[in-house]
Design a protein around this ligand. Sequence first.
Ligand code: MG
Length: 388
Amino acid sequence: MDRADPPTSTELQGYELREKQLLASFAMHSCDSDGRNHPEAPHPYRGPFARDRDRILHSSAFRRLSGKMQVFTGEMGVYHRTRLTHTFEVASVARTMSRVLELNEDLTEALALMHDIGHPPYGHCGEDVLSECMNEVGGFSHNEFALVIVNELEQRYAGFPGLNLSRETLAGQDVRAHKAEAEIGRSPMLEVQVVDIADSIAYDAHDVDDALQMGLLSIDELSRLAIIRRSLERIREKHRSLPAVHLRQSLVHELIDLQVSDLLQMAMERLRAVEGKSTSEVSNQGLRLCHSGTISDERKELESFLFDAVYRHERLMEVREAASDRLRTLFEILLQDPQRLPLRFRERAQRVHIEKVVGEYLAGMTDAFCDAQFQFAAQYDSGSLADW
Ligand code: MG
């Protein structure tokens, strides 16, 4: 077959050929995958990373993201993001960037859908409490816990525990957990970098949206930030005046668009210089995707503003303190009386340190499930808690 001819639609159903046609040399190609820990036959029309994405999407840990708070809790309204909707926003931004940069979209999506799967209930305060309680076993990291979930705790297949994901998908999460490659001068796969950047673009923008909608912030207060003024100017170029609700939504749209466009422009320049190189050559070279200096500074200014004005807002701090107390109490109850753990976790405690097992059980819970277990444990002195 002459490769100068465009491929037919039947040919493009084969994922390897499709990737060859559409992906850059430095993208992670399915045909270069190192396989899975438990070997499996290839799928007729889904590549290995598309299968990983589907396995993550169908996992119970993924569904539980719908009941986990991102920044704001259910008590604070129904408009704001949960971890699940945050995850979909990250996947959407990441896929867009991946497609423009000719990277592997399936792998990008798999990594994006997995990126927050290890988060405990109650957002960041949940992670802080578990880290403190699990101090003797090295603390708690949601990035590491994501690997425990996909490798050990998910129960989907008869032949092996976990989801048996491709080694590259696992390595992408592992690098987020351990940041090991940075220490030896390598850079993470480009698909991993795209997901990390999409994560921060998405949460900065949607936290602005959620905080404005809840009245924790005003556009006037935000206007002291350069990136907000820049976005508002872009809006004014298109609309003379906007009602408040449209202004808020246009602001979120512009914030995302501005940062994605800046990232892509910078990335395309950098990637042009490595055309023809493979994933590992680019990684060995330590190539990093980043924003321009101006946008990067403006993003830092926005993030530090959000940290003080939103994440430390007194309405949020009150909710957080009460949630932290519930989680800490549950941890102590279970550590003192491990018989109250669900059977699966009691069995796990024969192989894994008890503090770790208690932390894992609590970390897998949704906010409401954790509340219910807390009520049960506080009301009754014995009886095992429910499995998720
Ligand atoms: Mg995230």
